[in-house]
Write a protein that binds this ligand. Structure first.
Ligand SMILES: [Zn+2]
Length: 374
């Protein structure tokens, strides 16, 4: 008899427990319903508050809201991107990197995060790492149009990684990187220069000259001609330069840069008639080079005393920069006093060309008498 009431109370307690559990379920809902129904509004509200805080320049507050959004919905891509932006604005690249990595661990290859991480890594000069990221981006580019700019960037990034390897004494790594550059991008002039330097450091002088000559053959680019010239001077036979310049000109007959260069070589070797002939050709090819014209003008005026005029002219050539051809970035139009491997304004590599060369979007209209193309 004693046991019946305790059984009843036990059953009662059990029923009460069930009731409480049912009530809790009804009030709060299971976890699944909670996350799918109540969260989006909460996250959106927090993201909106964070965005306006950032806009007002209150970065700490923005970070708080965006972190709260992430607490509600762990791994929310919008919140992660928002936090990356906050930390970018706050000048904390390590935190930007951390959030981009979180995005990429949730969604491998996410293009915006990958591109951002690449730019961040490159800006920090971590070129080997940037190279890996850029190779991923290239693999993701589906069409030839999409691949082209990614390929160009990869060349530049590999080249910079090669320069770092040279600076750190990892010459064999550098050679491999520069070889990759010109294998995939035969028009990438800095790649030949870098590969030649690496080969020279490895004691392979002849191979270095071969690389520069090969690059010259493919690109007819002045920096390669100059590099070969320096080499010939060091070796004590500058006369070789005439052959190199003539061979380059044979491939690109009306190139003002190469004509200018050949004139300089003749002048250096005191072959005055030949030098004059090249400068006269240049006057017809590229009348827009102002500095050069001033000198040629005075040179021609003094034709009666040609030898003395040329001696003076040669002196002028020795003043660095005075007689170098002005250069311009083919991408953004930024001007440079001489050749550089990368444009400091737009960040492109291999885009700097002498102003005399045709740069379709920016070149001045051709002079009326210069109609060399049919
Ligand atoms: Zn540029």
């Amino acid at each position: 008899l004693l046991e019946i009431p305790s059984l009843v109370s036990l059953l009662g307690a059990f029923a009460l427990g069930l009731l409480v559990a049912l009530l809790i379920t009804l009030l709060i809902g299971p976890r699944g319903r909670w996350t799918t129904r109540a969260t989006p509004e909460a996250v959106e509200a927090l993201l909106a508050r964070g965005a306006s805080a950032r806009q007002a320049g209150q970065l700490d507050e923005a970070i708080q809201h965006h972190t709260a959004a992430l607490d509600v919905d762990e791994g929310h891509l919008g919140a992660l991107f928002a936090l990356a932006e906050d930390y970018q604005a706050a000048g904390q690249p390590a935190m930007v990197r951390e959030h981009l990595r979180r995005i990429l661990s949730r969604r491998p290859g996410e293009p915006r995060a990958l591109t951002w991480l690449r730019d961040l890594t490159a800006a920090e000069g971590r070129w080997e790492e940037a190279k890996g990221i850029q190779e991923q981006l290239l693999r993701r580019a589906a069409t030839p149009e999409a691949r082209m700019p990614e390929n160009a960037l990869l060349s530049g990034i590999r080249y910079e990684a090669g320069k770092v390897a040279v600076a750190e004494g990892r010459t064999r790594d550098a050679r491999r990187l520069f070889q990759e550059v010109i294998r995939d991008d035969p028009a990438f002039v800095p790649g030949y220069l870098g590969l030649g330097e690496a080969l020279q450091k490895l004691g392979k002088r002849r191979e270095a000259v071969q690389v520069w000559a090969e690059g010259l053959q493919r690109t007819s680019a002045l920096p390669l001609l100059r590099r070969l010239e320096q080499n010939e001077r060091e070796a004590g036979h500058p006369g070789e330069m005439i052959q190199l310049a003539l061979a380059a000109l044979a491939r690109v007959p009306d190139d003002p840069t190469l004509t200018f260069y050949l004139g300089q070589v003749y002048l250096d070797l005191s072959m005055l008639d030949e030098a004059t002939e090249q400068f006269e050709r240049l006057a017809a090819l590229a009348p827009e080079i102002g500095t050069f014209h001033a000198y040629l003008g005075s040179l021609l005026e003094r034709r009666g005393k040609l030898t003395e005029a040329l001696v003076e002219y040669r002196q002028a050539l020795k003043i660095r920069g005075v007689f170098d051809l002005p250069h311009r970035c083919g991408e953004c139009g930024n001007r440079f006093p001489g050749w550089v491997d990368r444009c400091e304004r737009c960040g492109r590599w291999n885009s700097i060309q002498p102003v005399t060369c045709a740069l379709p979007p920016l070149a001045p209209p051709p002079p009326p008498h210069g109609g060399r193309q049919p």
